[in-house]
Design a protein around this ligand. Sequence first.
Ligand code: BES
Ligand code: MN
Ligand code: MN
Length: 454
Amino acid sequence: MGPIIQFIKNNHNLYVEELQSLLRIPSISTLQENNEDMKHCATFVADKLKQAGMNRVEIFPTEGHPLVYGEWLGAPGKPTVLIYGHYDVQPIDPIELWDSPPFEPTIKGDNIFARGATDDKGQMYIHIKSVEAFFKVKGSLPLNVKFLIEGEEEIGSEHLGGFIEQHKDLLKCDAVLISDTSLYEAGIPTITYGLRGLAYMEIEVTGPNKDLHSGSFGGAVANPINVLAEIIAKLHDKNGRITIPNFYDDVLPLTKEEKKNFELLNFSDKNLAKELGVKELTGEAKFSTLERLWVRPTLDCNGIIGGFTGKGAKTVIASQASAKISMRLVPHQDPKKIAKIFTKYIKSIAPKSVKVKISDLHGAYPSISPLTGKALKAAAVAMEKAFDKKIVFMREGGSIPVVATFQRMLKTPTVLMGFGLNSENLHSPNEHFSLTHFQLGIQSSAYFFEEFSK
Ligand code: BES
Ligand code: MN
Ligand code: MN
């Protein structure tokens, strides 16, 4: 492996330049106005796969954004790994809080700043470069490789499930490898073995048939904003437990062994509180912070609108108010079932004085993988070699919808070998990615191919 690792080290600057070109494309999946950029980005990724040595590359259109597929199957008798990643990114607002423009990648110290730097363009690109290094140095790969890079992860991977269902043979593999998660800490090789799922809902409360003078009518009708606030407040009890009946029915309890492993991670509440600028952390009573983040479901209001929000004062009772509510789910909760009991409960607590409409915007299944298997071991050894430290296993509070889909439809183990950091501002202003982790990621990926081919 010496010459390949050396080659990867020697080409670091070139890799960073290429990543900058990828980061310049504003591939925001949720905004219609960026649809052309999405196509452009898919083409860019496809071209890079071809240049890296994949001998079949195809862009598959979907009802939404295109999927990029690539394969090299020149190692008969050897295992096949499917690498998944996403080229879409989150919106950039609030733009005024960025120190450099989100689509003009800027290097400061060890970090590259741009929307998508760590989530997921920088991490996804790692594998394209490690494949290329093998072809340039050895002329071939030690195993078969497939790529599936999608453009709808940040909006719930709506069309990916159908594609996987219809292309089971094309995607057939011995393991799925994903780099779209974080290291436990900078410089610590980490494998994530559990992800939370998601049920994302919207509540719309309608009161009077028009906005009203709050003096002439205040006291006579229900105020939709007041009612909505009351509903939201009722969703937790004083211990931070979610009050929806049957909500916790399917929650997989933490094993004693996992609990011990979490304790060994020596997580510091104090440091996180400091990093986030809060006096103390809080959440469901009787659970540690890591438990609350990784193995307990949560319910959060993500946004709320209604009434007069402009400058100054206007006396008004609004006709409507609405809120976006997300529930992070854990194994073995089912987002469809959760959406149903959420809807039923909200309807049951809403007063007759208003109309309530509830919509299920999207969902994702949670996932958990056993800490066994060839692919997981190969990934652990690979990361340990690149980082020269002992591997750490963790779970994650965020979601990657396709992981459960892969496990259900392809029945293959999925390994989450991520290189980001949760402090790299994913989804928020000044997103960045450590160039050290980018380099160690490419090395880890190369070591993985070698280890998994054995
Ligand atoms: N890469 C993230 C998931 C993630 C977040 C991993 C934090 C590790 C740490 C992914 O792109 C993401 O943001 N997923 C969405 C999924 C949703 C839109 C269905 C999420 O978790 O909100
Ligand atoms: Mn991601
Ligand atoms: Mn994301």
